[in-house]
Write a protein that binds this ligand. Structure first.
Ligand code: SF4
Length: 719
């Protein structure tokens, strides 16, 4: 048995559960991962990604030297370069000077609107805080966003409107206090496996009743009291019909509605049309099951709702989330332990990156950028002249790319994101990327987006840096360095500070602080304004982390929010209408495609597809129901071509009852059969989140030789 030199406790870099990991290190090499049994998040449990998905940090294709493209790229003629022979290895000084010269050249010529940055939900709070600060303080732009836009933006907008806060109201482990809970739009077993464990325990040990509302027969259905298999995009009628039943059968918690909410009467009028029979007609879920679900939820002592991207990734994602919020308001299942509204956040630090202001409408702490008082606070903190920060709302991730043209965005800085996998309608995304004049990629691999860049800045993965992540529970936890950075790679925060100093001298704007000696100094600067983090220091989170809000140094943290009031005062009901998905199935495209994750992989695959997990789940598959497969002559394992109005992919079929009739499912991790070549870029008008969860497609049998050749992936450095 190998004896480790040291065991370093840190936080998992994959999903929002935020499991605690112990990295076993020998000779500066991590050879094993375990988990502490006393972790309040995961109690010693880990899923396959946390346990085995770390070896990407040793993959030979990892880039550990700064690179500049050999051939100068021109807007409109930009190409992808996965092969290192197309790049020149350079020193950090040369790379950072090159980035600074080009960003300042474009800024001086075209102004703030030409500049944009993607922050990163995989990076630490400190990294994200600094990157948004650099763009706001130096380029005076709010064109700052990250992948929160692509996962829970609908939930965020709805919760902000109705409550005034977009975080989970309770912790995930409080599922053990629920006697009834709803899981909707979340394949929790594959996306948040450790939370799914707790859900199953709540059912088995405590006799809690679980209601699953999902178009797919996900694993949790085996443990559920009720499964409502709705058609994708019909959340509003199903949940509003539950509300209809709660009102008609007088199951309303009137004390709560009268004392804690407003807007009930207008909402009530809009509810009339959402009868269970109407919901059955549009969603396919039986009216009787809707009634049963409503009675179960309303009649519970402690009930909660847990949801995922099946609610938010729709062109009416905001309305979908509002329909859930209304259920909690009607029944008073919020503001107590074991109740609540809980959007399960996807990435390890999507909560933290949002808290840090990596968004176009908000400074850190969800302070609107168009509010004078907020702007003045950050101007003071960053030593900027009054009125210096932009009050103009910035562009969102998808808008940043659609504005990539003459007179629009010209320079894009990408830290750790991969829009060429994660944006909808990738053929359009490609055209936009080609139009950019200058691209910087700061990452660990040259992924599909980094391959378009002019400069590559090699950053360190989680195991080679210090900092914090904030998980889906709002728990702020430590990230710790277990080994030296490989090659010349550097932690993101150090790269940003060095670049910011170069930008300052070129812009003649030596104002804000950039000479931090450690990441905690960065967190403390942010916490000086963002009161949620005011009482958080590295010392205080040394062992188990703290759940914000932590308003002072003696505060123990806040697992349950909204006990006495909501941040906006009263909770607000909003009248809702039924809006169908933008693209419904028809004769030409008879299936609805829905997309999501699988247990073994993560998002665009930059990490997991360079790990041993890729051998366990090596290729994309489209799931199709046996009844549909028979009609279309498709057998299990057969190559098929899936086409939409925007693109096509060829991949193998899995014939399974996990999906329902008329619905096919493709995971979005596989570049060689990228699901987002097919998806629709229609946006929710308020949240600007694309409709990843529903578009119309056709499925045809294909030939073996039409499948993507493994060499395609070799070229891309995936293997
Ligand atoms: Fe990591 Fe999430 Fe798995 Fe926990 S459940 S080990 S945080 S991927």
């Amino acid at each position: 048995m190998i004896k480790p030199d040291r065991i370093v406790t840190t936080t998992c870099p994959y999903c929002g559960v935020g499991c605690n990991l112990q990295l076993h290190v020998k000779d500066d090499f991590i050879f094993k991962v375990t988990s502490p049994f006393d972790s309040p998040v995961n109690h010693g449990n880990l899923c396959v990604k946390g346990r085995f998905g770390y070896d990407y940090i040793y993959h030979p294709k990892r880039v550990t030297t700064p690179l500049i493209r050999k051939t100068k790229q021109e807007a409109g003629k930009r190409t992808q370069a996965f092969d290192l022979s197309e790049w020149r290895e350079v020193s950090w000084d040369e790379a950072l000077d090159y980035v600074a010269d080009n960003l300042v050249r474009i800024y001086k010529r075209d102004g703030s609107d030409a500049m944009a940055v993607y922050c990163c939900a995989k990076a630490t709070n400190e990294d994200n805080y600094l990157l948004q600060k650099m763009y706001r303080a130096l380029f005076r732009t709010n064109n700052v966003d990250h992948c929160t836009r692509l996962c829970h933006a609908g939930s965020v907008v709805a919760l902000q409107q109705a409550i005034g806060s977009s975080a989970m109201s309770n912790t995930a482990s409080q599922v053990m206090m629920n006697d009834v809970f709803i899981v909707t739009g979340s394949n929790t077993s594959e996306n948040h496996p450790i939370i799914a464990l707790q859900m199953k325990e709540a059912v088995r040990q405590n006799g809690a009743k679980m209601i699953v509302v999902d178009p797919r027969r996900i694993e949790l259905v085996d443990f559920a009291e009720l499964w409502l298999p709705l058609k994708p995009g019909t959340n509003v009628p199903v949940f509003s019909a539950m509300a209809h039943v709660i009102v008609k059968e007088n199951l309303v918690n009137w004390d709560f509605v009268n004392s804690r909410t407003e807007g009930f009467n207008e909402y009530l009028e809009s509810l009339e049309k959402f009868t269970p029979e109407f919901a059955e007609e549009v969603s396919g879920v039986s009216a009787e099951d809707i009634r049963k679900a409503a009675r179960l939820y309303a009649g519970a002592k402690n009930a909660a709702i847990y949801w995922g991207m099946g609610i938010s990734q729709l062109s009416h994602g905001t309305a979908s989330a509002l329909a859930l919020i209304h259920l909690a308001f009607l029944t008073g299942h919020i503001g107590r332990d074991g109740t609540g509204l809980n959007p399960l956040r996807g990435q390890n630090n999507v909560q933290g990156a949002s808290d840090m202001g990596a968004m176009p409408f908000h400074y850190p702490g969800y302070m609107r950028v168009d509010n004078e008082e907020n702007a003045a606070k950050w101007e003071k903190t960053w030593n900027i002249e009054p009125g210096g920060l932009s009050r103009k709302l910035g562009l969102t991730t998808t808008e940043i790319l659609s504005h990539a043209h003459e007179g629009g965005v010209r320079a894009l800085y990408i830290m750790g994101e991969n829009p060429m996998m994660s944006e909808p309608n990738l053929n359009e995304t490609r055209k936009h990327m080609e139009q950019l004049e200058f691209i910087v990629a700061q990452d660990i691999f040259i992924n599909e987006s980094g391959a378009f860049a002019d400069v590559f800045l090699p950053a360190t993965p989680f195991a080679e840096k210090e900092g914090t992540f904030s998980n889906t529970d709002r728990r702020v936890q430590r990230v710790r360095r277990a080994q030296k950075p490989r090659g010349q790679s550097r932690p993101d925060w150090q790269i940003i500070c060095d670049l910011a100093l170069r930008l300052e001298s070129r812009l003649g704007r030596a104002t804000a602080k950039w000479d931090y000696s450690n990441p905690e100094e960065i967190l403390r600067e942010m916490a000086g304004v963002n009161q949620d983090y005011a009482g958080i220091t590295y010392d205080r989170i040394e062992k188990v982390g703290l759940i914000y809000p932590v308003p002072d140094m003696d505060h123990p943290g806040t697992p349950t929010l909204f006990k006495d009031s909501f941040p906006r005062g009263k909770g607000k009901f909003f009248p809702l209408e039924f809006v169908p998905v933008m693209e419904e199935a028809d004769d030409e495209y008879p299936f609805i495609l829905t997309t999501g994750r699988v247990l073994e992989h993560w998002h665009g695959g930059t990490m997991t597809r360079h790990s041993a997990l890729d051998e366990v789940y090596p290729e994309a598959r489209v799931e199709i129901h046996p009844a549909d497969a028979e009609v279309h002559g498709i057998k299990d394992g057969m190559p098929v071509r899936v086409t939409s109005r925007r693109g096509e992919v060829v991949l193998r079929a899995t014939v399974t009852e996990k999906t329902t009739v008329g619905v096919v499912f493709i995971p979005f991790h596989f570049a060689e059969a990228a699901a987002n070549l097919l998806t629709n870029d229609a946006l929710d008008p308020q949240a600007k989140i694309p409709e990843f969860k529903a578009c119309a497609v056709q499925v045809f049998p294909a030939r073996e030789n039409e499948l993507p050749h493994p060499e395609v992936m070799l070229e891309r450095g995936r293997y």
